[in-house]
Design a protein around this ligand. Sequence first.
Ligand SMILES: Nc1nc2c(ncn2[C@@H]2O[C@H](COP(=O)(O)OP(=O)(O)O)[C@@H](O)[C@H]2O)c(=O)[nH]1
Ligand SMILES: [Mg+2]
Length: 399
Amino acid sequence: MDEYDIIDDAEIEEIKKSLADEDLPSAVDKIKDYFAQLDLVELNIAITGESGSGKSTFINAFRGLGDEDEGSAETGVVETTTEPTVYPYPKFPTVKLWDLPGIGTPRFKADEYLKQVQFEQYDFFIIIASDRFRECHANLAAEILKVKKKFYFVRSKIDSNIEAEKRKKTFNKEKTLDTIRDNCIKGLGEIGLNSPAVFLISCFELGLYDFDRLEQTMEKELPQHKRDVLMLALPNITLEINKRKKKALQSNIWKLALLSASVAAVPIPVFNAVASFSVDVTILVSELKKYYNAFSLDPDSLHKLSEKSGKSVDELKVVIKSPLNKEITQDVVIKLLTNSSIFAVGAVGEYWLGFIPGLGSLTAGPLSFATIYYILKKCLNELAEDARNVLLVALQTSV
Ligand SMILES: Nc1nc2c(ncn2[C@@H]2O[C@H](COP(=O)(O)OP(=O)(O)O)[C@@H](O)[C@H]2O)c(=O)[nH]1
Ligand SMILES: [Mg+2]
């Protein structure tokens, strides 16, 4: 079993716990519901702040786009609109960033502003400030809390502050960052917030400073479904995000395997004819596509990363080892299945029956479960590793 023994105790415990209180068919129904909802769940994030603070630049970077890419928000222009503009994630369009009109104009009133942008429709706000903390920030923050919404306070253009401070003989990076952070914390403290969430970032180098912490805080505070879609949609910008994407995707594998086992599906011709069995190929195709997009390994994302990092697409692709580095179709997946040596191990199905007792009574049974589980796990490991290596190559030049 060695090669196939890729499940750890924690996961076995999770599966057992999830299935403990009900029979297998009703557990399967619940899992079906979970995935159906996952495809529908919307996440609406409002980006607000003064004109020129970097809202549009943040939106582009947060979607993995350059400022001049197709579909990107226009940056560096004087804002004239009073309407929020929506920017969906290219690969996960139910996740949307909203570019709100600028705050802080002489006639700005936080309560009217929130009504005007229809605050109810957003899951949370990101307030961006590129300079000192001002009254308009405090007013808006207080008003957002009043209407029972959440906000994260982002201080942008940190790269410029660091550059400017470097000119001083007494320059100390950490001290500079602390001073900026304290200014925002103090400002928010004055409206009665204890230890408010303040994040320092550079939209030009999103992977630096507090970006990972911002992402983790947002994720932690979202309900499960929304957390999962955010994790999928975010571009693979940092090693930490790469790790978290893998974890989020991994926790779905046994659920997908169980779905496959419970449907009557296409029989797969097995290369050595040791066993005959069926798997749901469509589950594999759609999940593998999801992996590709989530890890930014699709041609479009690689192209964008190449432009951003200054490395050619070929240089980035050199480190990709997974045999899946082409378009994922039914044919490709069936080939992957028939070439897999998993089926030579008759015992794998038995192994799973050990802790999912009802598995044998499902339509396609333990072997189908085992196949989907191992194939997805193997591909996820490979693709996460590939994505990590691509990121490392890209980061060599951009930092
Ligand atoms: N140095 C630096 N410049 C930034 C950053 N974010 C935005 N900018 C620049 O600030 C200007 C205004 O940005 P924009 O996104 O259009 O601001 P908006 O009016 O809030 O949408 C543009 O010239 C951007 O290139 C940043 O993090 N660092
Ligand atoms: Mg703008």
